[in-house]
Design a protein around this ligand. Sequence first.
Ligand code: SAM
Length: 274
Amino acid sequence: MSTTADELREEVRRRYAESARAVIEGAESCGCGSGSCCADGATDEGKFGEALYDAEQRGALPEAAALASLGCGNPTAVAELREGETVLDLGSGGGIDVILSAKRVGPTGIAYGLDMTDEMLALALQNAREAGISNVHFLKGVIEQIPLPADSVDVVISNCVINLSTDKAEVLLEISRVLKPGGRLGVSDIVADDRLTEEEQAERGSYVGCIAGALSKSEYEVGLEAVGFEDISVEFTHEIADGMHGAIIRAVKTTDPLAKGLPVVQAAERAGCC
Ligand SMILES: C[S@@+](CC[C@H](N)C(=O)[O-])C[C@H]1O[C@@H](n2cnc3c(N)ncnc32)[C@H](O)[C@@H]1O
């Protein structure tokens, strides 16, 4: 029997709830890169989590926030955040990138974290409190339906979450909707070589472990272009498995949607993305 999108999302939610509980209890957490359940093993050394942040960034975080890091990159290092900006982190987990972003945008800026898992939201709130940060807001919801108005965000970041979505075309459309014209996207994610088939990808890792559901490089490029992004780049940073990479995805939302023929409703899907 095939797994439905709802079942898959519930599996993802359960997995990351378990992971948040493990951090709170001081046990080994698991996330991207480990097996299909938390007991299957720890994340690969150096390819996921806090090892991807420099010593200065780790020093600025409560220990629990650093330990809760389950990402596959460091989006705050590429997003070039400025004082006063509004930032949104999709799938904010234990809050590491929200806390770092809040420090960068300062008291006149805002950092939003969006996550669907109650246990992660509780952990993130606890970490933000411990970090003494007040310009953060954690929102409960799904990245396929972002609970923020259109044109309200300067920068969208995300760390190893888009690959977990069961409707990636909708996520890209939502990112485009909430960003202001000229707003930036700076995302870390796992990305597949275009040469890999779906089956080959699934052989390399599970869906909840961030591998089987990852977009390919050209799916990302086509999908972002279809929803009105320019200056798109997908840069591989480190290999996770044969043909699977940690990657940085950057793009800028067009300032001229009419010239681009937008809104392009469901254009990413039509273009064969995701
Ligand atoms: C791999 S963890 C990454 C957490 C965080 N970004 C980090 O770097 O530590 C994935 C996070 O995304 C959340 N998530 C997964 N799919 C989601 C969805 N469709 N909508 C909202 N949150 C989602 C999970 O609850 C989990 O907290």
